[in-house]
Design a protein around this ligand. Structure first.
Ligand SMILES: [Zn+2]
Length: 457
């Protein structure tokens, strides 16, 4: 027992733990950078001037931190929102109502004015069949907690194509949200190649309830106009920064987050918080007196939100090296309180890692059973890179997710700092421990939009 304790104590030198954990908790750098990114650069939708400014911003910060940084080219979809509006049309006995709505990302623009038909799932819509012809399909659901997102997101990703197949003219979706002050929440939709394309928008949960109540009285007509459109693909980049390993520089511990955001808010939670956490881990590890054994690589991915072009481009460009990627961590779950470290790796991985993250016990953070992943890391699945995750309290994540309310004021500086500390400590552990984590069996292929991986929103 005593020997075990001594070994635990010996895993990470105390001055290293102090530099990483203490530095993240007291420096305030991650919080200041997040304020800079969200307040001065703002929204960062792929292809927008904000996304390009964020790439240049990150490049400069990594240079200031002394990391070896480069831009890796990515072609991204360039979708723009334009003006958008909608209303419940007045009818005998019913007053008209302006709707709080916003186009789903990648939607075609257009106008529609038609009767509404409600469906609570894709199956319910196909059962309606001809009854939906010429109508606006209103997808309603009962999302009330974060775990519900995975159950209902298929209505956002595949609903518009399903609606086109039954001859509907547009789609309204109840926002995928756990709270609302009449704020609509956007998110990506994608059209199937073999179906028509109809305009699609999210309505606030309050407006969804209103439509549902009015439908119980009789027919409801809605008119909507979406000015969004898809422009030609744009040139953009992943920002890739290395702290080169002192002994095995070809072995890589990848820390990822996505630099792009939706356009409605300023992407403070999704994913500005993740961006500054992994940057902070890179900064702190890069400023250690002795660099870790392996390379710690920070990757700020472009276009997670509406295409995953950055994740795919990274996996393709580095395919030959993925066998030497010894671990991956993606920070894309907001900045709620960090609760535990979770792993997806082969048998025995937890026992190897646990002693190396012992300094996090002072923050109440330990290894626990669970899964790990990340949308941008998904394209690396065939290489079975061991995945690690800082599991955070996500209770309020979907209150503001993909909405105009995702702004800097929602960030708790103390919890952000703890997340940065946990990320830095885990990254150091993975880069310094003598053995690498065993790899798990490859994950079966899956539809990223319909079934998000843990930590991938
Ligand atoms: Zn995200």
């Amino acid at each position: 027992m005593l020997l075990a304790l001594l070994l635990v104590a010996a895993a990470v030198p105390p001055d290293v733990a102090r530099h990483l954990v203490g530095g993240a908790l007291s420096d305030g750098v991650a919080y200041a950078r997040l304020r800079d990114l969200t307040d001065t650069i703002g929204p960062r939708l792929s292809g927008s001037p904000g996304a390009e400014a964020a790439v240049q911003w990150a490049l400069k910060k990594f240079q200031q931190d002394g990391l070896s940084v480069r831009l890796e080219p990515v072609k991204v979809p360039h979708w723009v929102r334009g003006e958008e509006s909608g209303e419940i049309l007045p009818a005998p006995g019913i007053v008209g109502h302006r709707l709080a709505l916003t186009a789903l990302g990648n939607s075609v623009g257009g106008t529609a004015s038609a009767e509404v038909v409600e469906a609570r799932s894709l199956a319910e819509l196909s059962a309606l069949g001809p009854a939906a012809r010429g109508k606006i399909v209103f997808f309603n659901h009962t999302m009330s907690k974060p775990d519900d997102y995975g159950r209902f997101v298929e209505m956002r990703s595949h609903g518009p194509s399903a609606a086109a197949r039954v001859g509907a003219v547009a789609v309204l979706l109840r926002s995928l949200a756990t709270a609302s002050l009449r704020t609509p929440h956007t998110g990506m939709t994608s059209y199937d190649a073999d179906a028509g394309q109809v305009p699609a928008a999210a309505v606030s949960t309050e407006d969804a309830d209103l439509i549902d109540r009015l439908l119980q009285r009789g027919p409801v007509r809605v008119s909507l106009s979406l000015g969004c459109r898809m422009l030609p693909d744009a040139d953009s980049a992943n920002v890739v920064a290395d702290v080169r390993g002192r002994e095995r520089p070809d072995e890589v511990v990848l820390l990822g987050a996505h630099l792009d955001s939706w356009d409605l808010g300023t992407g403070a939670n999704d994913d500005g918080a993740g961006v500054v956490m992994v940057m902070e881990a890179g900064r702190l590890i890069g400023s250690l007196r002795q660099r870790p054994r392996r390379t710690v690589r920070v990757v700020l991915f472009m276009n997670e939100e509406n295409g995953l072009a950055g994740g795919k481009a990274y996996a393709a460009a580095h395919r030959a090296e993925l066998g030497k990627h010894v671990a991956g961590l993606e920070a894309d779950s907001g900045a709620g309180r960090p609760l535990a470290i979770r792993l997806r790796a082969g048998d025995g991985a937890g026992a190897l890692l646990a002693p190396w993250i012992a300094p996090l016990e002072s923050l109440g953070i330990q290894l626990e059973a669970g899964d790990a992943g990340g949308a941008d890391l998904g394209p690396m699945d065939p290489a079975s890179v061991p995945l690690v995750r800082v599991h955070t309290d996500g209770t309020h994540y979907f209150d503001i997710h993909h909405s105009a309310a995702d702004t800097f004021d929602k960030i708790d500086p103390a919890e952000l700092a703890k997340n940065a500390a946990a990320t830095a400590m885990v990254a150091y552990a993975l880069a310094e421990m003598p053995d690498v984590l065993p790899r798990a069996a490859p994950r079966p292929p899956r539809d990223n939009q319909a079934a998000p991986r843990p930590a991938a929103h």
